[in-house]
Ligand binder design. Structure first.
Ligand SMILES: [Mg+2]
Length: 431
């Protein structure tokens, strides 16, 4: 029986601040980074996972992942729902680390990286892409990996089971559709705040030419600038293309409402992260004031408990789960089940380092085995840094190509791990 024999934690940083790729109202100088973890085994297959951070945050993130290593070293290689559920429960239950959360922030993201690496390992051993590995589990197995503590007032295990059973009959057909057609995407590449008007308009036109029917702009720096940029973008893409806007938590509630009233004439599809991701009541107040513009959040929502409140209160119209923010696949299954229960579409957050690679699997699993639909659903696409991945996410004609390689698509090329290692890699030591 194979065991986990090593936990490698690598600090990988890309100097993206040099080109202002990834710049927004709250993050003017992002160096996109990954605290990258490899679960080494005494068999032929390793598991890969990561937490996405920016710059110096990676020091802390990598240390947190290292702190979890004793739970994993020597452990039997996880292959099934029982083992993957047990691992997640043990990591979340480490009482001395739990004190730093509970179930939020750096430690929880570290758990997410390790849990995701374990799912990668199990899917590789099953010779399945992760979405298919998950979608081939029985409803009972899927329910068994979820921690329903703090959720049962909103969704019980029996309700979750019924949701999954209801989606079971169409699974095989939806898998074929997914493999043939891919999954709808939208692009954020035109809209970074640091880009010039010319670059914005050119990239917006290019996005439509590339087959996207939705783009996203960063807002929240200066209202006059945002009105000008939104007008330019609307003129560039025409009326038939959806334009979402993203404030990256920049506003208080009243600012969000005032700003969105000014942008409303350009028909924004959603306002993303208008305010603090913890502020359930704030999101509700904004939603009530700006509808029919949708309110979206999720990339910084720390766990399933906050998602429960955002959904149960009616504060969000779009749920943007993130593959590497919460406690990994297990908790994201809980979040997908909650969203299905409340009938709110999931449009995952992606970009960063490897987030497109990871989250496509969760959206595709949702399509096959949970919500059973991609209506009003799109995965974010940001065309940066994919060249560093062994099985990069790809988008053609506005749709993610359904991955077929075994695993969770998180593995980074050894040459990139060497070059961008911080601070010793050639990219950093010679600049
Ligand atoms: Mg965002």
């Amino acid at each position: 029986m194979a065991r986990i024999t090593g936990v490698d934690v690598l600090d990988i940083r890309f100097p993206t601040s040099r080109e202002l790729d990834g710049s927004d109202a709250m993050n003017p100088d992002p160096d996109y980074s990954a605290a990258y973890v490899v679960l080494r085994t005494d068999g032929d297959v390793d598991g890969h996972g990561l937490a996405f951070t920016i710059g110096r945050g990676n020091d802390v993130q990598a240390a947190a992942i290292q702190a979890l290593a004793p739970h994993v070293l020597g452990r039997e290689v996880p292959r099934d729902a029982a083992a993957l559920g047990a691992l997640s429960r043990e990591l979340v239950g480490d009482s001395q680390l739990r004190w730093l959360g509970p179930e939020k922030g750096v430690v929880h993201m570290a758990i997410g990286a390790v849990v995701n690496a374990a799912w990668d390992l199990a899917a590789r051993l099953a010779n399945r892409p992760l979405w298919m590995f998950m979608a081939e589990m029985s409803p009972e197995e899927l329910v068994s990996v979820v921690d329903f503590r703090y959720l049962s007032d909103a969704i019980t295990p029996d309700e979750a089971l019924a949701l999954l059973e209801a989606a079971e009959p169409g699974r095989a057909e939806r898998m074929s559709v997914l493999l043939a057609e891919g999954y709808p995407a939208y692009t954020t590449s035109p809209g970074w705040l640091g880009y010039s008007d010319e670059k914005l308009a050119g990239l917006a036109r290019q996005a439509v030419a590339d087959g996207f029917d939705m783009i996203k702009l960063k807002v929240g720096g200066d209202l006059d600038d945002d009105v000008r940029r939104m007008r330019l973008a609307r003129a560039a893409v025409g009326d038939g293309v959806r334009i979402a806007v993203d404030a990256n938590q920049r506003w208080d509630v009243a600012d969000a409402v005032r700003w969105m009233k000014e942008l409303a004439e350009f028909d924004p599809y959603w306002i993303e992260e208008p305010t603090s991701p913890d502020d359930v009541l704030g999101h509700l107040a904004i939603a009530q004031a700006v509808r029919p513009i949708r309110v979206a959040t999720g990339e910084h929502v720390q766990n399933r408990v906050v998602f429960k409140q955002l959904l149960a209160s009616g504060a969000i119209d779009v749920l943007q789960l993130d593959a590497a923010r919460v406690g990994g696949v297990n908790e994201n299954i809980a979040i997908l089940l909650l969203a299905a229960k409340f009938g709110v579409p999931v449009c995952p957050h992606a970009g960063g380092v490897g987030l497109c690679e990871l989250v496509q699997h969760l959206a595709m699993f949702d399509f096959v085995a949970v919500s059973g639909t991609w209506e009003n659903r799109v995965i974010e696409w940001v065309d940066h840094l994919h060249e560093h991945f062994v099985t990069p996410a790809t988008v053609h004609n506005g749709r993610y190509t359904t991955p077929t390689a075994p695993g969770f698509s998180a593995e980074i090329h050894p040459a990139s791990l060497h070059r961008f290692a911080y601070p010793s890699g050639p990219e950093w030591s010679t600049s």
